[in-house]
Ligand binder design. Structure first.
Ligand SMILES: [Ca+2]
Ligand SMILES: [Ca+2]
Length: 336
């Protein structure tokens, strides 16, 4: 009788070991590397890698990237949404380009309704038939195609948009060197419970120099929109031209092995030496249609020299379980 129990124990342990080895086989591999090991100020750093599930390309994964400078201060945060399927076809009426025609597209027309070319709220995207006026004929196109396409993912935490605004919270399209602005990141919680999130943003100038990044950690209440607003002074030596803001949401920071909650959102604005007012540009989602991710940034003259660390985390849902992976690499930056 006692022997039988021992056999059962051994059998159970064997089954557990087999199961453990199977879990090990279902590994999420995340690679990260740079195109060089040592860089000089003024050069461009390229960071790239791949996400593999059980040695195969993943059909869809989120990759979070964080680069820290030699003082261990974050230089940038990015998220790459990598997937194998084809880009959604361009659908007439899909004004925000998310591959689905819904109420949010109609809202874009509503916001510009009645405006004519030259009016401050005129929106070329909303003027679908391009006759210079946003009216019922544009709305009809959205009505005809309503519901076409594939509904976008419902992410637990979702970045709604990000933009640069003045002191009064009004979005601006141009920002003057040396002046103070506020970066807004609006986000929401699509779940019924509080979710821990780190909301981040990174501003790059037209030469790809990361100018500034900031973040806030919070327990996000259900619903939204919630806002993260932080001050940003345009550096006096920022490159003139089109600058970009990338907003991200992570469970924890990538340096702490947190994974992205959702793809990043971005918007652009012009850095000028003198400011004038113009309409702000629209928000886009950055996606990469491949199993690899790649990011690059320029080393501005005032960047710290020393050893930088790039952290990467991957989030992958097999359909049954969620797998997470972390990896990092380092590189040095020195003066030319
Ligand atoms: Ca849409
Ligand atoms: Ca029109």
């Amino acid at each position: 009788m006692r022997k039988k129990i021992i056999y059962v124990y051994i059998l159970t342990i064997t089954i557990l070991l087999i199961n453990l080895s199977q879990v090990h086989a279902l590994d999420l591999t995340l690679t990260i590397q740079t195109d060089k090991e040592n860089y000089l100020i003024g050069e461009t750093v390229k960071i790239f890698g791949q996400v593999l599930f059980d040695g195969q390309k993943v059909n869809e994964s989120l990759v979070g990237i964080q680069v820290n400078n030699p003082d261990n201060n974050p230089v940038l945060y990015r998220t790459y949404f990598i997937y194998e399927v084809e880009l959604p076809p361009v659908i007439e009426g899909d004004l925000n380009g998310d591959g689905y025609v819904d109420i949010f597209d109609a809202v874009k027309i509503a916001l510009a309704f009645g405006s004519e070319y030259g009016d401050p709220n005129y929106d070329l995207t909303a003027d679908i038939n391009k006759d210079g006026i946003v009216d019922i004929f544009d709305m009809v196109v959205v009505g005809i195609h309503f519901g076409e396409g594939t509904p976008p993912h419902t992410w637990r935490i979702e970045i709604i948009d990000t933009f640069i605004a003045d002191y009064y919270g009004r979005p601006v399209a141009q920002a003057k060197r040396g002046s103070l602005y506020f970066i807004w990141v609006r986000f929401k919680n699509n779940q019924q419970n509080y979710i821990k999130a780190n909301i981040t943003y990174t501003v790059y100038d037209s030469e790809g120099n990361p100018l500034y990044s900031d973040r806030v950690a919070q327990s996000v209440p259900p619903g939204g929109p919630h806002e993260f607003v932080s001050a940003f002074t345009v550096p006096t030596d920022a490159a003139l031209g089109t600058a970009k803001i990338y907003a991200n949401a992570y469970s924890n920071l990538p340096q702490d092995k947190g994974y992205p909650h959702c793809p990043e959102k971005s918007s652009s604005f012009e850095i000028t030496s003198s400011s004038t007012s113009q309409q702000a540009s629209s928000v886009i989602t950055v996606q990469q249609n491949e199993s690899n991710y790649q990011t690059s940034f320029h080393l501005k003259t005032d960047m710290k020299t020393g050893t930088y660390t790039a952290h990467a985390t991957a989030f992958y849902h097999t359909g049954v379980i969620i797998l997470l992976s972390y990896n990092s690499t380092s590189f040095t930056v020195s003066s030319p």
